[in-house]
Write a protein of this length. Structure first.
Length: 68
């Protein structure tokens, strides 16, 4: 039985490269998430203003300027 060590070495290097790429993809995803998420939240808050509504005693609703 002949074992071709060059094929084994090539397979090992391909596996290492794939693992390195997976790690790199994970790092890029985390970095992009930490950059894009705050920008998306800021964009949504500025372009789609929402009026806060608080439930008070009883069945009335106020806009937050009154007493809760």
């Amino acid at each position: 039985m002949n074992i071709d060590t060059s094929r084994i070495a090539a397979s090992v290097s391909q596996i290492k490269w794939a693992l390195d790429m997976d790690f790199l993809k994970a790092v890029v995803l985390v970095v992009l998430t930490h950059i894009v998420a705050p920008l998306a939240v800021r964009y949504i808050e500025t372009n789609f203003p929402q009026q806060c509504v608080y439930e008070t005693r009883g069945d009335r609703e106020e806009n937050g300027n009154g007493r809760r």
